[in-house]
Design a binder for this molecule. Structure first.
Ligand code: C5P
Length: 305
């Protein structure tokens, strides 16, 4: 018997980052959108916890204690007083360390796959609690669609979206470390005198115009309101991304921004034709490893029949 779960990537259409908290995390107003690039996680009975990763960037995925999917299996097993005797197979299509929650997707996928395989019968709330323990973006990977994440991103409110938005993702060579990008954001804020700590900065908030654009399914209005407070930090660590953003915008994207902590760049387009043209221009420019077209919102972690 084996169980396979399909899990989507995410893009942050708005990532408003507050000051650094006492616990080192940053308070967020994080507007998540799940998009149609997927990892697949398969769980099968085994004599002990085993892990195999294939697909693009698989060689950059840690296979030790740091692996979030393995941690998800262990945490669920621990809660239900059993041994994590499972073989997890992860097939990657979401860029590794790319700012699209690939590791979080694998964790949410492994959790749902093990829960199904073991018949633990955990409630949705229990699964979400385990997700939040695994990482700030993991709860969203489980629920998908569109949501506002408060706290460090784990406290989710579903958002209404009408229709679908067409995106192009410019995949970079090599990843960026999320803690390093947050650290660079703090450094830039401190250096510019705007303050980096929670005491020095206002509470981040979602843009009402952006939420209205999502509700209306209005790509033009969404393009005018997208924003990512981590973008300057990602560009500071990876200056070449400025060229990638320029290429996508010049090719007709209505908006271009760094996805999450990067280095993937996300481009919003208003038609399938424009999306294909932007992807083609990005590939031809040599300013990225590859370009992929995807739509969002899409459902979160889903059991495949
Ligand atoms: O929650 P997660 O394990 O994904 O976070 C990885 C790192 O990203 C944290 O250790 C922290 O440095 C940074 N982070 C943050 N504020 C958040 C989310 C993540 O500073 N809201």
């Amino acid at each position: 018997m084996s169980v396979t779960v399909r899990v989507p990537a995410k893009v942050n259409v708005q990532l408003a980052v507050g000051g650094r908290r006492e616990d080192g995390f940053h308070g967020l107003a994080n507007v998540f959108l799940a998009v149609g690039l997927y990892d697949h996680v398969t769980a099968e009975p085994a004599d002990a916890l085993r892990l195999a990763v294939s697909g693009s960037g698989a060689d950059q995925v840690p296979l030790d204690e740091r692996n979030l999917a393995a941690r998800a299996a262990r945490l669920l097993a621990q809660r239900y007083g059993r041994e994590p005797r499972v073989a997890l197979r992860i097939e990657k299509d979401i860029p590794v360390a790319g700012g699209m929650a690939g590791g979080s997707a694998d964790a949410a996928g492994a959790l749902l796959a093990c829960d199904t395989l073991w018949g633990t019968g955990a409630s949705r709330d229990e699964l979400l609690e385990i997700c939040a323990e695994l990482g700030s973006d993991v709860p969203f990977s489980l629920v998908g669609e569109a949501a506002l994440g408060r706290g460090r991103g784990e406290l989710l409110t579903p958002l209404e979206v009408n229709g679908a938005f067409r995106w192009v993702f410019a995949l970079a060579d090599g990843g960026l470390s999320t803690p390093e990008v947050y650290g660079e954001c703090d450094r830039l804020r401190a250096a510019s005198g705007t303050g980096a700590t929670v005491a020095e900065r206002p509470e981040p908030d979602a843009s009402p115009e952006l939420l209205a654009a999502l509700r209306a399914g209005d790509a033009k209005a969404l393009a005018a309101t997208v924003g990512n407070d981590l973008q300057d930090a990602a560009l500071s660590l990876r200056p070449a991304l400025a060229e990638t953003l320029a290429v996508g915008r010049a090719a007709g994207a209505s908006a271009g921004l760094v996805s999450g902590s990067g280095p993937t760049c996300a481009f919003l387009t208003e038609s399938d034709e424009t999306a294909e043209a932007v992807a083609e221009a990005l590939r031809a420019s040599g300013s990225c490893r590859d370009a992929r077209v995807a739509r969002g919102p899409v459902p979160g972690a889903t059991l495949l029949p």
